[in-house]
Design a protein around this ligand. Structure first.
Ligand code: CA
Length: 365
């Protein structure tokens, strides 16, 4: 009986509700044209304010989101240190202090080692491969699974392309030359250098130049010719080595507080996702368009000695990289799960590249 009554009461309320809605539609007609809800968000980044390409990319991402949403999602961008220190961006977004962040996933290896596979893996996927894995090979679902634990949702939002091996104040002729070498090289690549007997020194971006100049470090990696030129490393180290075996196509990311993202209307969610894809292509294009131009400037105007790592050194780096990755995946179940997908995908695209990209590049010049 009481449940029947309850049912009737609910039905009545439902009908009354409909009537109320209908009445308000009639009598409050101007509300139909009320402005849609506007969102004022903050984005913290791991880059110095308006840093060339990387910080500019974050600025543009916010601008595109505002333009695409006709001002409904208005994001103010903060450089590293302006609101929170660069490497606290992850926590700031995770905890909801700000809604959005921009950086690179390998900065969060201390939160979960699996994050590194979404930025750069020594001898791993290049930019094209990383895009294909994230957008077409199941990578995004794994990224979502990993970041959901931190109340985050992340999107690819840039790529450096294949990086350079780095700046050295002396020649590297054999793997023994790495012994005792003090190098600024973060992430999994740093662990490889440590296995080869080098000393890994951590320096924030702004300190690298001075450390190299003063001999606190003997070598540093950074990005590639365009960005490295802007950093001025050619003034304090003359040997410029390639290839960037440790970062074959580093992905940059835009990470969003998941609860805030889920609460957005669908169109704004799609706008964020679409704008990050534009950002991803924009950033890679900036580097690819300018790298050779600046490499030639470095060689011809600044007397930089361009050198390739000897093949046996690269082979050793590869051997140590496999060991480092085996150690990381053995110690963390999520890393194992992510890397299984990553490495299987790399084998697949690698097999295809051997009959597509590789022979094509050999003859295309
Ligand atoms: Ca780098």
């Amino acid at each position: 009986m009481s449940s029947d009554k309850g049912m009737k009461r609910r039905e009545f309320l439902k009908k009354a509700g409909v009537a109320t809605v209908a009445a308000s539609t009639v009598f409050a007609a101007p509300n139909v044209h009320a402005a849609p809800k506007k969102y004022k968000w903050k984005m913290v980044t791991t880059w110095p304010p308006h840093f060339p390409v990387l910080g500019e990319g974050a600025d543009l991402l916010a601008q595109w989101i505002k333009e695409m949403s006709d001002g409904r999602l208005d994001i103010t961008v903060y450089g590293g240190g302006e609101l929170v220190p660069p490497l606290q961006a992850f926590d700031a977004v995770s905890q909801g202090m700000v809604e959005m962040g921009h950086g690179a996933a390998y900065y969060w290896a201390g939160k979960s080692p699996a994050t590194q596979f979404f930025a750069a893996v020594p001898f791993g996927l290049n930019a094209q491969g990383l895009n294909s894995w994230i957008y077409g090979g199941g990578g995004q679902a794994l990224w979502d699974e990993l970041y959901a634990k931190f109340n985050l949702k992340s999107f690819l939002a840039g790529n450096t392309g294949v990086q350079m091996g780095g700046w050295f104040n002396r020649e590297i002729n054999s793997i023994n030359d790495i012994k005792g070498l003090k190098m600024r090289i973060p992430g999994l690549g740093g662990k490889v250098i440590a296995k080869a007997g080098g000393t890994v020194v951590l320096s924030a971006g702004g300190e690298i130049y001075t450390n190299l100049e003063r001999g606190v470090i003997d070598a540093t990696e950074w990005v590639g010719p365009f960005h490295d030129y802007l950093m001025g490393f050619y003034k304090v180290a003359k040997f410029y080595y390639y290839p960037g075996w440790h970062e074959p196509g580093s992905g940059l990311e835009c990470f969003v507080n998941k609860a805030k993202f889920d609460a957005l209307p669908t169109d704004l969610q799609v706008i964020i996702e679409t704008a990050t894809m534009r950002s991803n292509i924009w950033m890679l294009s900036q580097f690819e368009a300018k790298n050779n131009l600046y490499l030639q400037k470095l060689i011809n105007e600044h007397n930089v000695k361009l050198k390739m790592f000897p093949e046996d050194v690269l082979s050793k780096f590869k051997e140590y990289s496999d060991e480092v990755i085996a150690e990381v995946t053995a110690g963390d179940a999520m890393s194992k799960k992510v890397y299984e997908s990553f490495s299987k995908f790399q084998k697949d695209v690698g097999a295809w590249a051997k009959i597509s990209e590789v022979p094509y590049h050999k003859f295309s010049g």
